[in-house]
Design a binder for this molecule. Structure first.
Ligand code: ADP
Ligand code: MN
Ligand code: MN
Ligand code: MN
Length: 336
């Protein structure tokens, strides 16, 4: 027998949370459909509380090891139709519709470790030294939680997730990991599994990880989820990259209001952000909404970075919106 950890996304508002529970399964049997009490997750009323868990991506469980598994699920109604909180189903449809554009995503997840009510390693009273030496820093005076970060990236690798790297961030106790590049569904599934592993591993250190986009008000960086993207055409030449930036500039409100709760607290125009209600794009510009990396401008092909999504964004929603906006525009311009 082995343990399968069924993981799903709940109906918490304004930001959904991860949930999981364990099923013991006979050897040789694959994890199948299961259920849960939706009245405890803001996904159903008490009178008809059953929701369905449908496995969509199964990986080895790096925490329990052995034959144990992680089972990422979609939530369905008992009619087997997607639950209203299931944002993955709409992404699956958009990814299929625009599959010929071969969209890739690479997402940079920023997050902050907390020890009780304060960021990990911060003094009980007052604040640490102002931001400067922490980004990609080294040393016990500047780095808090590296052992958790190492355990997390090892776990992601052992689970077969496409983790691309990690770094310490500008605010002390803030960190980043990247997933990608991979197709929209795989990138988003891997991101949700990597988030679950982050919370689960930090739990063993008595530390909580938060995706709060602005955990400390004032002169401290917020936490984002820069979303790098490319179509096949963008990976081959430069004009489609500029066209994608312009297309995103025509749908600013639709995107920003779906890029994570509290985006106006983070996208202030300070701390390496552009104001949430002002769209801009440019080469190397970390104060723009969309940045074209310097190397991409030199190579005249590659990808662009949407810097607006919050740390607490839903990757199923963000990758769907970018796929729809960029690919619909490409088709309008006659790129099939
Ligand atoms: P930054 O300089 O913004 O901190 P990072 O190195 O943290 O950049 O993240 C860049 C991300 O871009 C990585 O996740 C990487 O996988 C992704 N990426 C690289 N090439 C592409 C591409 N062609 N399409 C989409 N994403 C890409
Ligand atoms: Mn980065
Ligand atoms: Mn970063
Ligand atoms: Mn970035």
């Amino acid at each position: 027998m082995y343990k399968a950890e069924y993981i799903w996304i709940d109906g918490a508002e304004p930001t959904a949370k991860l949930r999981s529970k364990t099923k013991i399964i006979e050897d040789g049997v694959e994890p199948g459909i299961w259920g849960f009490d939706g009245s405890s997750t803001n996904q159903a009323a008490g009178e008809s509380s059953d929701c369905v868990l449908k496995p969509v991506r199964i990986t080895p469980d790096p925490i329990r090891g052995g034959d144990n598994k992680l089972v990422l699920c979609e939530v369905l109604l008992i009619t087997m139709k997607p639950h209203p909180t299931n944002t993955r189903a709409a992404l699956a449809a958009a990814a299929k519709k625009y599959a010929k554009h071969e969209m890739w995503f690479g997402i940079e997840q920023e997050y902050t470790f907390f020890d009780g009510i304060k960021p990990l390693g911060w003094p009980d009273n007052g604040f640490p030294a102002p931001q400067f030496g922490y980004y990609c820093g080294v040393g016990a005076d500047e780095i808090f939680g590296r052992e958790i970060v190492e355990a997390h990236s090892d776990a992601c690798m052992a689970a077969g997730l496409k983790i691309a790297g990690t770094n310490a961030e500008v605010m002390p106790a803030q960190w980043e990991f990247q997933i990608g590049p991979n197709d929209p569904l795989e990138c988003s599934d891997h991101m949700w599994l990597a988030r679950w592993l982050l919370y689960r591993i930090a739990e063993d250190f008595d530390v909580s990880a938060t995706l709060n986009p602005k955990p400390i008000p004032g002169d401290w960086n917020g936490a984002g989820c820069h979303t790098n993207f490319s179509t096949k055409a963008m990976r081959e030449s430069y004009p489609p990259i500029e066209a994608a930036c312009k297309a995103l500039g025509e749908k600013v409100e639709l995107h920003v209001k779906n890029y994570g709760d509290g985006i106006e607290r983070r996208l202030t125009g300070r701390h390496e952000t552009a104001p949430y209600n002002k769209f801009s794009w440019g080469v190397s510009n970390r104060a723009a909404s969309i940045r074209i990396p310097w190397q991409v401008a030199v190579d005249k092909k590659g990808y662009a970075e949407d810097r607006r999504p919050n740390a607490n964004m839903d990757p199923y929603v963000v990758t769907r919106l970018i796929t729809e906006t960029v690919c619909a525009d490409a088709e309008k311009r006659g790129i099939k």
